[in-house]
Design a protein around this ligand. Structure first.
Ligand SMILES: C[S@@+](CC[C@H](N)C(=O)[O-])C[C@H]1O[C@@H](n2cnc3c(N)ncnc32)[C@H](O)[C@@H]1O
Length: 263
């Protein structure tokens, strides 16, 4: 790692270590529960049928995804840069007696210590990936394996920041974009498709996530609530799922989640 990357890595580790104890609280709110539900609904379709498949949950944090996977009998490797996020995950796995299904280790997604073609299914739900990280995630997935990667949507970043600095935003949109200011790679849905195709991934689909609060105009007190009306929750998730798949709307979402198959 060069000096800049090392500094960035340490800064990120500190940030996530500090958030470890409270990270799961978000998913107890209406907003978090809807997002978790949608993540799972999209993921279910692509999970390997075979329970002995090897799964990597990279940047997997407190095991939000690993835990339910382990409960259903998959074996998962959970890795993350933050030891404190991983400690929370480990405790949850112990509490639910699924720790034997999970290997937990510290890692940097930009430099994974796994040999090529190791995993049948590779997840990285962070949104902070750059080209290096994406190439690593692809490298460690098997041929025929599935990758599921969160990406930052260039259009939403451009729209949100336009008023602050229209000149740099216009440059950002027009460039092929190695984003200096935001440190992480950002993609339009079309750029994401092209990039992954070039890296030997057949893109199966790209969904839009995390855009729905703005679109549906649900009051903040409902979004933050920890109790809710189940009927309204079901209606909301139904709607959000539709929005995540609708091409005219998904391009407006903060994150894109890309599913692809390694050729
Ligand atoms: C928003 S949390 C997501 C956690 C989990 N994937 C989820 O969906 O609940 C982001 C996680 O990415 C991890 N992370 C950030 N940069 C990383 C890197 N370069 N290598 C490994 N993990 C990283 C953080 O420590 C944090 O746990």
């Amino acid at each position: 790692m060069n000096q800049y990357n090392l500094k960035e890595f340490e800064r990120s580790k500190k940030k996530w270590n500090n958030r470890a104890k409270t990270y799961d609280d978000f998913y107890k709110t209406f907003r978090g529960a809807v997002e978790n539900y949608i993540d799972w609904e999209l993921l279910k379709k692509y999970l390997p049928k075979n329970k002995s498949a090897k799964i990597l949950d990279a940047a997997g944090g407190t095991g939000r995804i690993t835990l339910p996977l382990a409960r259903t009998g998959y074996s998962i490797t959970l890795c993350d840069l933050s030891p404190k996020m991983l400690n929370v995950a480990k405790q949850k796995m112990i509490n639910e007696s699924v720790i034997d299904n999970v290997d937990i280790l510290e890692c940097n997604v930009r430099n994974l210590h796994f040999v090529d073609n190791s995993f049948d299914f590779v997840l990285c739900w962070d949104g902070m990936v750059d080209e290096l990280a994406i190439k690593e995630l692809i490298r460690v997935s098997k041929k025929g394996g599935i990758v599921s990667i969160y990406l930052n949507n260039k259009w939403v970043i451009a729209i949100n920041k336009f008023y602050e600095n229209p000149y740099s935003i216009l440059t950002l949109i027009d460039s092929q974009l190695e984003d200096q200011k935001w440190k992480h790679k950002v993609f339009s849905p079309k750029e994401a498709r092209n990039f992954f195709n070039r890296e030997g991934i057949k893109v199966l689909d790209i969904y839009g996530v995390c855009h729905w609060t703005r679109v549906l105009n649900i009051p903040e007190e409902i979004l933050e609530a920890q109790n809710w009306d189940e009927k309204f929750f079901n209606q909301t998730t139904k709607m959000v799922l539709k929005l995540s798949k609708e091409p005219s709307i998904k391009g407006m979402s903060r994150h894109l989640v890309l599913y692809g198959k390694k050729l």
